[in-house]
Design a protein around this ligand. Structure first.
Ligand SMILES: [Mn+2]
Length: 337
């Protein structure tokens, strides 16, 4: 249950234009979808304060620099009475300090549950990107995105849909309408945000590939590796190379950090890395957090034992869920697992 009311795109637009001094909040480690959503609302509705207290990812940082988008890590001043969270799961709002009694709006496409105290919201988990919800808000009230906003929104849709693989007909329509405004074509927009990797990162990825070991269960490949830095790049590269689940560890002075990523197939099989890391943390101690398909575990101990436990826990889950699926289907296929 969420307090406040679910809005249509046009009533959200009306509220955003009501003159209440507002700030737009970006999610922790904001991505391009989030940056684009925030910038487009900001430039269309004249909301100048973009609040990014927990930084942005690499591509979003590069896009912000390219497009000259200014964000602030500082809590907005008290005169700002409304915080509009974009592309941010309501469950993360508790991480922001200094919201106080300001009213909260949420415009998001994550699945979430809980009472977030939002006065008005649009939460549409069926939308593959938040950027397309923003396009709808802008278009519904007869406004036009600026060229800069349109180009960022195209990038937001492109990156959040896995280069349109998860895009719907609506995503593509909204993208087409932004491309009409944009001054560059798709190829050029992508080229502008593609960043050349530093050689240290390339080395980490290749070493991570060399050290990778994998095990299979139920047709899924679970891969483990370790590196001294760039764990998430290594994990993403392993997923790109065909792993279904990747665990990449790094250790320093007894502290072990494991970065986990799932590919699309594992995500469809509902493998939840936060739950899985939670179980490991209850055994080894430590903390974990993130999303179902991209999470981190901080613990202590022997790196190899931690990695082995992650893989074992994951393989066990796959085995158990495969058994459940076959029971449900009343089609026991003995011996497969
Ligand atoms: Mn998003």
């Amino acid at each position: 249950m969420i307090n406040g009311s679910a809005c249509s795109a046009s009533s959200m637009a009306e509220l955003l234009a009501d003159g209440t001094p507002s700030a737009i909040a970006l999610h922790p480690g904001a991505d391009v979808d989030c940056l684009a959503s925030a910038y487009a609302l900001s430039s269309t509705f004249g909301i100048d304060y973009l609040w990014a207290p927990f930084g942005m990812d690499r591509i979003a940082s590069a896009a912000a620099e390219n497009y000259g988008v200014q964000t602030s890590a500082e809590t907005p001043p008290p005169a700002i009475r409304r915080i509009v969270f974009v592309d941010t799961s309501g469950s993360r709002i508790a991480e922001y300090t200094g919201i106080g009694d300001r009213e909260i709006f949420i415009i998001d496409h994550h699945q979430s549950s809980g009472d977030f105290g939002a006065r008005a919201y649009i939460i549409d988990p069926a939308a593959p990107s938040c950027s397309e919800i923003i396009v709808e808000i802008i278009e519904e009230c007869g406004l036009t995105a600026s060229c800069k906003a349109a180009e960022l929104l195209v990038l937001g849709m492109l990156y959040d849909t896995g280069r349109f693989r998860r895009g719907t007909a609506k995503t593509l329509r909204k993208c087409a309408s932004m491309l009409e405004i944009a001054e560059a074509g798709l190829g050029e927009l992508v080229a502008r945000t593609e960043i050349v990797r530093e050689s240290a990162e390339q080395t980490a990825i290749l070493k991570g590939m060399q050290r990778m070991v994998f095990r299979t269960a139920g047709g899924y490949m679970v891969c483990c590796s370790h590196t001294s830095a760039y764990e998430s790049s290594v994990a993403s590269a392993l997923i790109g190379a065909g792993c279904d689940v990747a665990f990449v560890a790094s250790s320093s002075e007894g502290a072990v950090r494991v970065t986990g990523r799932t590919g699309e197939r594992a995500a469809r099989a509902s493998i939840n890395l936060v739950t899985l890391f939670g179980r490991i943390a209850s055994g080894f101690g430590g903390t974990c957090g993130g999303h179902a398909g991209a999470a981190g575990l901080n613990t202590e101990g022997d790196m190899e034992s931690v990695l082995n436990s992650c893989a074992a826990e994951c393989l066990e889950y796959i085995g158990a869920s495969a058994a459940r699926a076959s029971e449900n289907a009343h089609a026991r296929r003995g011996g497969r697992f």
